[in-house]
Design a protein around this ligand. Sequence first.
Ligand code: COI
Length: 355
Amino acid sequence: MVGTLDIALDKVAQSRISEFDENNIQFAKVYSDHMFEAHYRNGHWEDMVIKPYGDLSISPANTTLHYGQSIFEGLKAYKADNGDILVFRPQANAQRMIKSAERMCIPAVSEEMFMSTLNELLKIDSDWVPSKPGTSLYIRPITFGLDPFIGIRPSDEYMFLIFTSPVGGYYSEPISVKVETHYTRAAPGGVGAAKTAGNYAAALYPALQAQKSGYSQLIWTDGLTHEYVEESGTMNIAFIIDDTLVTAPTSDTILHGITRDSVLTLAQDLGINVEERRLSVKELIEGLNSGRVKEAFGIGTAATIAPIKLIGHEGSDYDLPSIDNWEFAPKILKALDEIKTGKVEDKFNWVYRVR
Ligand code: COI
């Protein structure tokens, strides 16, 4: 048994870590030795175990496979220079997962359970946390319905898993994005703010259409008018207009990004003006034409700060100024990286040290 909870431990006979080449890390190509698993039955979480990472056995009638009753999180752990494992804002992920759970009728994993199980898993797989600049251990908690039942109702039983993967950057180079004004990611009253499977499945087709036209991702606009910028395909999005960082305010159609929140806090701390306000596509295009839009970047856990080099809208492409001349995003990224890796004082109390 490990930790303060009743967690059984079933360790791998032989670690697979030699399969992982720290000099050639791609996003989520290899998974660490162990995963945490718990089952929800009869109103509580039980059968907690840390066991070898591996396939699951699930009924073909599994409710999640058919109806998508599934929520997940994404967070990252870093190796400090002294070898400590630092996790960036895990309590915020636990809290967001509780909100997603409520929206998707899924029993929540408490913050205490989330933190204890994460701590134990990371202790066991600490060797998998890479240390090279730009690398980290991506952590994927997920909860989903388990019932073998194809009627429509919330599942009675659930599984909660945490598994991890050493990663580099999600995007290897600056991206081109297309402003999407036909398809809709999220509508008021819908599930856009929940980190739930269907949001990502629904985005695949529009993203693929954009990719066929040479763009890597979309900029989603609001579902009612398609006149206002909301978020990007895999992340929130922000712009430097003149000397102000502008990003859409969170709402029930926008994911409440933890990296987004961190970037806004750090930008203010660095003395950068921040405006959380609706940004119309018209203002964006005018700003790109006039040169007032100086920088544009995605913000997310996997993507961190992903520079955008080009924005497409209604058949025209608009180049951003050369990234080599950017002033704001690199400064914020540096400040974020230094906190995550324990190089500077953690004055916002964001870092959790595995113990
Ligand atoms: C994350 O940034 O953690 C996400 O969940 C987005 C996904 C595209 C990897």
